[in-house]
Design a protein around this ligand. Structure first.
Ligand code: CU
Ligand code: CU
Length: 275
């Protein structure tokens, strides 16, 4: 069983294997499909129409399935690789080892936001964006420049205490765990991290930045933590509801998987520790 680990605990060779798998998938052309798929869902997910990836109950199972597909693509390159997670409550500054030259590289430069260090720096020639939100074909970041901090452990604990899973109208105005973890209401765990990183991460083409996978892996782990805290609570809605994916309905774009199929992550992988 694949074990997903905290990025802060990866050995040098584990970091190298993860980075090399990313670069190989990019070179083979498989990486950028994930960028365009993600963006097409962001663009069509609205509060008043069909919504699957975002602003909706299936935000969590959709990204779980998306990460699984990506992890399998990396494992086709190197079977030893699993997605690491980034605990931004602990590693919360631009000095964190996450942003080192042996993993994700650092902040963007002030003139144009270009990331110039690490394996994804434009000058390496290995990370040219083909699906980009603007004319920039280089990876860009502006860590913390938008103002505000990364979410704290207290913010996480607040959100993990919330029930039910979701509530009508099942969009970005809802109460409940899902909308608080997604970040449209409450302390804002998920959206805020995208904004804190800036560059492509604050666009629908956010998977251009490999930190996307580590961020969403942590969000996925938090969902598992919420489930463990609230065994009497489950995915909502259970019954078909307009414009959203109910518990037993197939989820686009895969159509062969329902939220119910994805509730137990241990069918697919485990985490090195529970949140
Ligand atoms: Cu997303
Ligand atoms: Cu996201």
């Amino acid at each position: 069983m694949a074990v997903r680990k905290n990025q802060a605990t990866l050995t040098a060779s584990e970091k190298r294997a993860f980075v090399n798998a990313l670069l190989t998938l990019k070179q083979q052309g498989g990486y950028d499909t994930f960028v365009s798929t993600h963006n097409s869902f962001i663009m069509s997910d609205t509060d008043t129409s069909e919504r699957t990836g975002h602003r909706s109950p299936s935000f969590l199972p959709w990204h779980r399935r998306f990460l699984l597909q990506f992890e399998q693509a990396l494992q086709a390159v190197d079977a030893s690789v699993t997605l690491p997670y980034w605990d931004w409550t602990a590693d919360r500054t631009p000095d964190a080892s996450l942003w080192g030259p042996d993993l994700l590289g650092g902040d963007g430069r002030s003139s144009d936001g270009q990331v110039t260090t690490g394996p994804f720096a434009f000058a390496t020639g290995n990370w040219t964006l083909t699906v980009a939100p603007d004319s920039r074909t280089y990876l860009a970041r502006a860590l913390g420049a938008a103002g505000g901090d990364l979410p704290s452990k207290a913010d996480v604990d607040t959100v993990l205490g919330l029930t039910p899973y979701d509530a009508a109208p099942f969009n970005s105005t809802s109460d409940g765990f899902r909308n608080n973890v997604e970040g449209w209401v409450g302390p804002n765990l998920h959206n805020r991290v995208h904004v804190w990183i800036g560059g492509q991460m604050s666009s629908g083409m956010s998977p251009n930045d490999p930190v996307f996978w580590l961020h969403h892996c942590f969000i996925d782990r938090l969902w598992a933590g919420w489930q463990a805290r609230h065994p009497d609570q489950g995915y909502l809605p259970t019954d078909p509801t307009q414009d959203v994916v109910a518990l037993h309905q197939p989820m686009k774009p895969w159509n062969d998987v329902t939220p119910a199929d994805l509730l137990d992550h241990t069918r697919y992988y485990t985490y090195d520790s529970a949140y």
